[in-house]
Write a protein that binds this ligand. Structure first.
Ligand SMILES: Nc1nc2c(ncn2[C@@H]2O[C@H](COP(=O)(O)OP(=O)(O)O)[C@@H](O)[C@H]2O)c(=O)[nH]1
Ligand SMILES: [Mg+2]
Length: 330
């Protein structure tokens, strides 16, 4: 990296640390574009991060995550807290897919200097969406947001990784989900700290609560048997009607209790290491993949050649991948 880039990265980082919104936006764009100076700036920011309280909000599309997020923002702002929002949902109102009412509502917060909203697309990250999200969390943390809300659609490993970046993870479900419960079983259940059955104005909310409780009890029984001790934190199952602002105060209370639990149980430190490991592996994965793809790109036509050989069965992908990996060196 040229000295000039290093200097501009340092300047950018310092402006972010001073809480400058434009600098934070700039850095996030640089992160998106994969500019080397973004990494330099992130390195400078990193020691100053770790202060924000990160809340993950995950669930199926249409479950009401954005509406819930919007209501949480209002409550947190009323408490005088600054709020960062990262929407990793391409269908989110934050990214413009909103009905008019949603957009007007978001605009209220968009002009509030205490709120910083940023959306992340799922493309262009080499599968490193969790890495990109982690970087954005750090930028918001460094610029001084007290609370960072991360909205993700609760499907796939990337999403579960992202959910694990939060101090507290809220899983939003809606009545009559059936299949949803199956999806939840597939992994997100393990990372849920608080469940919200949203749209409790619709039929079946109590049934959804019962189904979730049954699943948790099953999990609890398994854990008690395997660990030989009780699990300390029992994820509460709350009902909410986000559009009517019902259940939001209770959700915040549950999150505050969870924060307290993290502090008293020592889980905060355990999770911090878990998060650090997760984020480091995500970073490493992306860096190594980038290195491999760069190498293939330098050897013009090599990737196409490999693809041709594999398709024609004249070479096998296992040997070629191993060969390339070993060529990358230590
Ligand atoms: N009936 C009802 N509709 C809701 C509730 N919360 C959100 N919605 C509506 O559900 C739709 C999807 O909400 P949105 O927040 O965009 O969901 P997301 O995709 O999970 O972010 C919108 O039309 C909301 O107005 C609720 O509690 N009850
Ligand atoms: Mg949304």
């Amino acid at each position: 990296v040229k000295p000039k880039a290093a200097q501009s990265a340092a300047e950018l980082a310092d402006r972010v640390l001073a809480g400058e919104v434009r600098a934070a936006s700039r850095l996030m764009r640089d992160i998106d574009d994969g500019l080397p100076r973004a990494t330099l700036a992130l390195r400078r920011l990193f020691p100053k991060t770790g202060r924000a309280y990160v809340i993950g909000i995950t669930g199926s599309p249409g479950a009401g995550k954005s509406t819930l997020t919007d209501r949480l923002i209002a409550k947190l702002r009323a408490q005088g807290k600054t709020v960062g929002v990262i929407a990793v949902d391409p269908t989110s109102p934050f990214t413009g897919g909103a009905i008019l009412g949603d957009r007007i509502r978001m605009q209220d917060h968009a002009t509030d200097p205490g709120v910083f909203i940023r959306s992340l697309a799922t493309r262009g990250h080499l599968g490193g969406l969790s890495r990109a999200t982690g970087d954005c969390i750090r930028v918001m943390d460094a610029m001084g947001q007290d609370v960072i809300l991360v909205e993700t659609v609760g499907v796939g490993q990337d999403e579960i990784d992202i959910a694990q970046m939060a101090h507290s993870t809220v899983v939003v479900v809606v009545p009559g989900m059936g299949d949803d419960i199956q999806a939840i079983k597939a992994g997100i259940l393990e990372v849920a700290d608080v469940f919200v059955v949203n749209k409790a104005d619709q039929d079946g909310a109590d049934r959804a609560v019962r189904e979730l409780r049954a699943m948790l009890e099953l999990r609890h029984a398994v854990k008690v048997r395997s660990a030989g001790e009780a699990v300390e934190w029992e994820p509460p199952i709350l009902k909410a009607v986000a559009v009517k602002d019902l259940g939001i105060a209770e959700l915040l209370e549950a999150l505050e209790r969870h924060q307290g639990h993290l502090d008293t149980s020592g889980d905060r430190a355990v999770r911090e290491r878990g998060r650090a490991q997760m984020q480091f592996v995500a970073l490493l994965r992306e860096r190594l993949l980038r290195k491999a793809l760069d190498k293939l790109e330098r050897e013009r036509g090599r990737l196409e050649e490999i693809a041709g050989q594999i398709a024609a069965r004249t070479a096998d992908p296992y040997a070629l991948a191993d060969e390339l990996a070993s060529q990358l060196g230590a």
